[in-house]
Design a protein around this ligand. Structure first.
Ligand SMILES: Nc1ncnc2c1ncn2[C@@H]1O[C@H](COP(=O)(O)OP(=O)(O)O)[C@@H](O)[C@H]1O
Ligand SMILES: [Mg+2]
Length: 452
């Protein structure tokens, strides 16, 4: 599996595509095209039938024909928008239905495809719509926690020095008013940190508006940000007034639009009414932030800059993150979390993690599912994942001490568990004097009472 953006907060990317058309041939060909592009579409012959699987938190998107007996596409669109305004609905229009398509966009359709349609455009649209859906579900999940900045800070697992520093920066910058630039590899927690910045500061009760600059053409993005908004309503810079406007994938913004954003920033009073948090999600190797952003905009945003560390350099955090998420999934699936062997720990610590925390979360979920079936091991999961991403195990950037400590902690943890907290039995098995064992347990935050 490849780590992708647009995952929901629990790390899973919405992937369902509901295809609705009353004509059997059309259904089959849409479904075939989408399958060829790697999607897994589900087909329905009527809106009524499809409505049985659609709900407000639906983890996917809808592609529907307009002209159908019974409930037609427009009526379905209205119903879906009423149920969940951020559920992307792509409409298929017959030739010459342009006025209807315009009306559909006004009602909140994600986009439309005119028959006969271009399969590439369809898979492209589906991909973008799924990403948008992921972002919407993710910010919704986070918004539930926004009332309480403390809760979101607690979600940030990790005690690596960079993480301790990051927490302090979030608290400082959260109180400040200036704009922020967040940078870091995919899956390192940039979106989560953007929400945390908003949640810990005085803007917490106000809006957090998030938009991706990727794959939207310039004119449309300009109109969404600054107006005029086609469907009525406020441009995003206004909607976020008093709160935060989070610009994901800022590197995809054209230089012209970047200049306009800079103009907007410069025209705001101090402190700014709309706080900008810009996220750089991807840069080509060898290109620096100054290459992807106009220098004037870069300097304006980078006064407060957060660079999130890659997971592979975070030492023991890898194990605490794995444990946290494995326990969450174990609870969700109603089965025990896997015990990590010292070998598992060594593999987790040495994997290159190109997809960072997001990738680790998905391994934690797979490990729990494996454990439930009673097959496989964490080692084999990590190995398979590495082969898929062509990466080699690495010791890059991590001191030997980290491995030794992680190994030691895991070993003591497992032995204590096996002996149900009997200090004497553990001393014997590991040939350790009582005092050394006590010191090590204190050092690793292990407490006997957790095992009894
Ligand atoms: N330090 C962390 N502690 C706990 N969960 C984290 C941490 N960093 C990231 N995550 C989780 O990892 C996943 C990916 O994070 P995200 O913010 O979407 O990354 P990015 O925006 O950098 O691609 C999310 O599910 C997020 O909640
Ligand atoms: Mg993100």
């Amino acid at each position: 599996m490849t780590p992708s953006d647009g995952a929901t907060q629990d790390g899973r990317t919405p992937s369902r595509i509901v295809v609705i058309d009353d004509e059997q041939d059309m259904r089959a060909s849409i479904s075939q095209w989408l399958s060829l592009s790697g999607f897994d579409p589900e087909t329905y012959a009527s809106a009524e039938e499809a409505l049985t699987v659609l709900g407000p938190e639906f983890p996917g998107i809808v592609v529907t024909d307009i002209r159908m007996p019974g409930m037609d596409g427009m009526a379905l669109l209205k119903k879906l928008v009423g149920m969940d305004a951020s559920l992307p609905v792509i409409l298929i229009t017959g030739h010459g239905d342009v006025p209807m398509a315009v009306e559909a966009m006004r009602l909140g359709a994600y986009d439309f495809l005119e028959k006969p349609f271009d399969p590439d455009r369809m898979s492209d649209l589906a991909r973008k719509a799924l990403k948008a859906r992921g972002m919407a579900l993710e910010s919704r999940a986070l918004r539930h926690e926004l009332a309480d900045g403390g809760a979101i800070m607690k979600r940030l697992v990790g005690n690596a020095p960079e993480m301790v520093r990051l927490r302090e920066d979030i608290l400082d910058y959260g109180q400040a008013d200036g704009h922020v630039l967040i940078d870091g590899e995919t899956g390192t927690g940039k979106t989560l940190v953007a929400h945390a910045l908003h949640a810990v500061g005085p803007r917490a009760g106000k809006k957090f508006v998030s938009v991706s600059c990727l794959g939207v053409d310039d004119e449309r993005l300009a109109a969404r940000l600054f107006g005029p908004v086609e469907a009525g309503g406020l441009p995003l810079v206004e909607e976020a007034r008093g709160g935060t406007l989070c610009l994901e994938d800022i590197e995809a913004m054209s230089p012209t639009l970047q200049a306009r954003l800079l103009g907007f920033i410069n025209d705001q009073p101090t402190p700014p009414q709309t706080r900008i948090v810009a996220i750089v999600n991807e840069h080509k190797p060898g290109r620096t932030l100054e290459d992807v952003l106009r220098p004037d905009l870069y300097y304006r945003l980078a006064a407060m800059k957060l660079t999130l560390p890659p997971l592979r350099s975070r030492g023991e955090d890898i194990l605490s993150l794995f444990k946290t998420y494995a326990e969450d999934y174990a609870e969700e699936y109603g089965c025990p979390a896997p015990d990590l062997s010292a070998q598992d720990a060594a593999y987790l610590l040495q994997a290159p993690w190109p997809g960072n925390v997001r990738q680790l979360i998905s391994i934690a979920e797979q490990a729990v599912l494996q454990n439930r079936r009673g097959t496989g091991s964490v080692v084999s999961l990590v190995m398979a994942e590495n082969e898929a991403s062509g990466g080699a195990l690495t010791t890059e950037g991590k001191p030997l001490k980290d491995y030794v400590e992680a190994f030691e902690r895991t070993l003591i943890d497992n032995t204590m568990r096996r002996h149900k907290g009997s200090i004497v039995a553990v001393m014997e098995e590991l040939c350790l004097p009582r005092r050394t064992l006590n010191e090590k347990m204190a050092k690793y935050g292990l407490s006997r009472s957790d095992y009894v």
